[in-house]
Design a protein around this ligand. Structure first.
Ligand code: NAP
Length: 280
């Protein structure tokens, strides 16, 4: 089974390296071609050429429009019977649109967004939520297991992305809580390393505190999940909440905070840059 990866960003790179280790990866494509240089598998200059050469196309790019433009690019060349698996975080509507386009080519589409950060991508420890045909998932599962420790089939196409939206709402709340609490701790003149150590071990311990607490208090927001990407996700969540007639004040507040940080030029920083607004 030949497997190609499109998108070698912060997440895609770690995923692709794990696919190489597991012996699955046969092809790569990245818009900025330089990022393919480390791979000894076939590197294609166009996504349509990659799609014609593999049985499974994996995608991990930024936004809805990026996914849809890639689907438009590959639909003419992809082989019937192939499977396209999109691991980007986009809307359920985009997933359904992609599935309809590819179904006309007898190609299965799975929306398979992930959670676990760049660390999870690097270590092959992602959590993956999958929507789409269960048989296609079973066929692709050994490949996905090279990247993810937990793979859960959520239902029809779009249900993976809907589940990821749940995750992103929760991330917003955790970011608000951790950045606010650590700014509060600093105001108490506590030893911050000790605060992080002991709080991480108790009932308030969480992934974000453990992985971003130490860097955030040093004013370093370089690694990880770009704030502008989480903003994009939360806009999707807000639209879903409007449809469901739900109020989500934490999400709304985070969108406003992120908009301010993006206007100040911090959109490419990690989401822990929210700490900039909290520390006063
Ligand atoms: P990233 O570092 O900004 O990388 C984005 C990738 O998408 C790059 O390879 C980029 O190519 C490619 N790309 C963007 N627009 C494209 C287009 N129109 N056509 C072709 N390629 C395009 O982002 P990331 O952090 O890897 O995130 C990727 C996806 O995973 C996003 O949907 C994000 O929300 C999601 N996600 C991220 C995290 C995280 O912690 N970072 C965790 C879970 C999920 P270039 O190299 O040419 O720019």
């Amino acid at each position: 089974m030949k497997v190609g990866m499109i998108g070698l960003g912060a997440m895609g790179l770690g995923m692709a390296r794990n696919l190489v280790k597991a012996g699955f990866l046969t092809a790569v494509y990245n818009r900025t071609a330089l990022k393919t240089a480390e791979f000894t598998v076939s590197a294609y200059a166009l996504p349509e050429a990659l799609a014609a050469a593999v049985d499974i196309v994996l995608i991990c790019v930024s936004k809805d429009q990026d996914v849809l433009s890639l689907i438009a690019a590959i639909e003419g060349s992809i082989k019937p019977g192939s499977i396209v698996i999109d691991m980007s975080t986009v809307s359920s509507d985009t997933a359904r649109k992609a599935a309809v386009i590819l179904a006309k080519k007898q190609v299965a589409f799975l929306d398979a967004p992930v959670s676990g950060g760049v660390e999870g991508a690097k270590n092959g420890m992602l959590a993956m939520m999958v929507g789409g045909d269960a048989q296609a998932l079973e066929k692709a599962r050994p490949v996905l297991e090279a990247m993810a420790k937990r793979i859960v089939h959520m239902g029809d196409v779009g249900s993976g992305q809907a589940t990821k939206a749940v995750n992103q709402v929760m991330c917003a709340g955790i970011n608000q809580a951790v950045t606010e609490a650590l700014a509060f701790a600093q105001a108490q003149d506590l030893e911050m390393d000790k605060v992080i150590e002991v709080v991480s071990s108790g009932a308030s311990g969480n992934w974000f505190l453990e992985h971003r607490g130490a860097t955030m208090i040093k004013g370093s927001f370089e690694s990880g999940f770009k704030l502008a990407l989480h903003y994009k996700d939360l806009k999707i969540c807000q639209a879903m909440a409007v449809e469901a007639d739900l109020s989500m004040p934490l999400t709304d507040m985070t969108v406003i905070d992120y908009a301010q940080l993006m206007a100040e030029g911090y959109g490419d920083e990690d989401i822990s840059a929210l700490y900039r607004l909290k520390k006063g």
